[in-house]
Design a protein around this ligand. Structure first.
Ligand code: ZN
Length: 253
């Protein structure tokens, strides 16, 4: 196999290309910085499809040409870092088209055959994004359980997520030295200590039951329930650990 390298600079762009000259397919790799193209993509933070700009675009173009110079088969793969124009959230998009996979579409020029577009997004749009950017402010044990439970949630491990949510609540109770024979009483004790509101305790009781059935009855819960549970956990951890530190820093008594 032979290959050649081409490099080209233009205003605001660096295009680097590598040509792989094999027996069957030839590939050309281009790296485009500051691609100004706007695309529609799902944003996991906005929870809807929004306009995104392409920050970096790596394009892999493949083609197979016959002896007379006609295209037999062509592919186009793009690997892009994209940013939501609504909330600035950065994610990754992978797209693929090829010359064999067309579908019929009605355009302004009439009925046309257009390449079928395949797309993947990372993180997956349905993944849960933590509302806690300052994990370092959490006690180490809680931080470890929190991170593992978040990975379990985003890997669709619903039973482990339920168990992890209960473990986070238990560890918060232990850390705040909540009094009581069982978790039910310990959560109520957090209210007596003014660490938790009554409304917050009610939600924690629901999450406690969620964790019970996950652990003892090996019962997975709906992802929507687990995501809601995680939002409550985020609020709890912010209230117990993050806000008090910020208050001390910015509003000293
Ligand atoms: Zn967004």
């Amino acid at each position: 196999m032979k290959f050649g390298v081409l490099c080209q600079f233009s205003a605001g762009h660096l295009i680097a290309g590598v040509m792989f000259l094999g027996d069957k397919m030839d590939y050309e790799l281009k790296v485009n910085y500051e691609n100004k193209t706007k695309i529609k993509a799902p944003c996991s933070r906005c929870s809807l499809e929004t306009n995104h700009r392409i920050l970096t675009d790596v394009e892999l173009e493949g083609h197979q040409i016959d002896e007379d110079g006609f295209l037999i088969y062509g592919t186009n793969d793009n690997f892009q870092t994209i940013q939501c124009l609504g909330c600035d959230h950065i994610s990754f998009r992978q797209s693929h088209i090829n010359s064999e996979d067309d579908w019929i579409e009605e355009t302004s020029n009439g009925i046309e055959s257009v390449p079928r577009l395949y797309q993947k997004f990372y993180p997956k749009p349905e993944d849960y994004q933590s509302r806690l950017p300052e994990l370092a402010l959490l006690p180490n044990k809680i931080k470890l359980i929190y991170e593992e439970t978040l990975v379990a949630l985003n890997s669709d491990q619903k039973i482990l997520t339920g168990i992890g949510i209960r473990a986070i609540i238990e560890t918060v109770c232990k850390d705040r030295k909540a009094d009581g024979k069982d978790l039910y009483r310990k959560i109520n004790n957090l209210v007596e200590q003014s660490i938790l509101t009554k409304d917050g305790a009610e939600i924690l009781h629901k999450l406690r039951v969620l964790g019970n059935s996950a652990a003892h009855e090996v019962m997975p819960h709906e992802k929507s329930q687990l995501k809601l549970a995680f939002e409550v956990i985020d609020h709890l951890l912010q209230g117990v650990y993050v806000f008090p530190i910020h208050t001390k820093e910015h509003l000293p008594s």
